[in-house]
Design a protein around this ligand. Sequence first.
Ligand SMILES: Cc1cc2nc3c(=O)[nH]c(=O)nc-3n(C[C@H](O)[C@H](O)[C@H](O)COP(=O)(O)O)c2cc1C
Length: 401
Amino acid sequence: MRLGGALSIGDIERLAKRRLPRVVYEGISSGVEDERGLIRNEAEFHRYRLVPRAFADVTKRDQTASLFGRTYASPFGISPTGIAGIFRRDAELMLARAASEASVPFVMSGASMVSIERVARIDPANTWFQLYAARDPKISDDFLRRARDAGFSTLVLTVDNPVPPKRERDARNGFRLPPKLAPRDMLEALLHLPWVIDYLRGGGMPVMETWAPYATPGASAAEVARFFRTQSPSIQTWRDLDGFRRAWPGKLVVKGIMRPADAVRCAEHGVDGIVISNHGGKALDRAPASIEVLPSIKAAIGDRLAVMLDSGVRRGSDIVVAHCLGADFVFVGRATLYGVAAAGLAGASRVLTILREEIDTTLGLIGCPRFDELGPDFILNEPGEPATVESAGPRPIAKAG
Ligand SMILES: Cc1cc2nc3c(=O)[nH]c(=O)nc-3n(C[C@H](O)[C@H](O)[C@H](O)COP(=O)(O)O)c2cc1C
């Protein structure tokens, strides 16, 4: 299969799997502990059906969506994915460009290989900066200054990783920062020469450029990565959040919220938006799926802040379901990472196109010409619970247990 023949995110994942040595591919696909959270994220989306409305005029379909005063071509964006440069050199730049061309937001990871300043050359107004707060607050302050100087509009503070998660598959594979190929991986490497050549041509492990200025001058890529590990993860409190709110003049988003009470508290602390997220199943294996907790969070918070969601999104119809249940915007992590790993900019763009087309088809098939007209009346819960009466029905609906 070639990129042009890839019809789904699953196809794109298969292409990425083919190009990457197993250990590297599993660095993306893996979860934590028994990886039940990973399975749950997708399975929970599958519990919802969309109930078509008959005789709707769906000749023209509109999936544009507004967020923080900007209108995007589609109601989804790219989640921050650190160390993307390992999967393909300069992947972060390709993701930023793909997002800019598709007019959807790109969240640059604070654990990127490419620097804030290099990413900012692509489309700063379209780029958000995700912060892993450093243990040394002076470093975090400097990240904020650089992100502001770069012209990034939005700061995303990730809070779902206060201590290192137990990534057993990565540990068994020896996949860590800095990564090391063990002798047993050599055959794998030989079978995946295009990736190996790309990796070696760039000098092996890329430097985490965003962190390099704070490590010892002249530090190698491995030393910068080790320095990063001494600074992150760091434990954050509500008081730290207040500090970031005071220091950051733009929109502030907290990523990794899972409880209604925390969402309400975020609003009270001046946060502009939350991302309901379990880090794509890469943090707490027993965390609920984001889509499971979305209705109760939306019920508690209403429109007081933007409610966004990621974790487990693989289809345009997942994005439609999330919107019906109250999400203002949705993000994907692995999907675009598989795209860029498989085929660079073209691969990332293909993923965005697939999701966009799937949303368009779904809107047509369910008889809803406008994305912003979606609501809980389109949803049928498993198993066989009657659909909510068609009306402007209150969001959210209760979900069958
Ligand atoms: C390889 C990888 C790296 C990630 N790095 C980060 C990161 O640097 N910062 C962050 O906030 N989340 C990170 N995440 C989590 C994503 O932002 C996102 O929450 C998750 O991938 C969404 O789930 P999905 O992959 O099922 O779409 C990472 C996820 C993956 C798979």
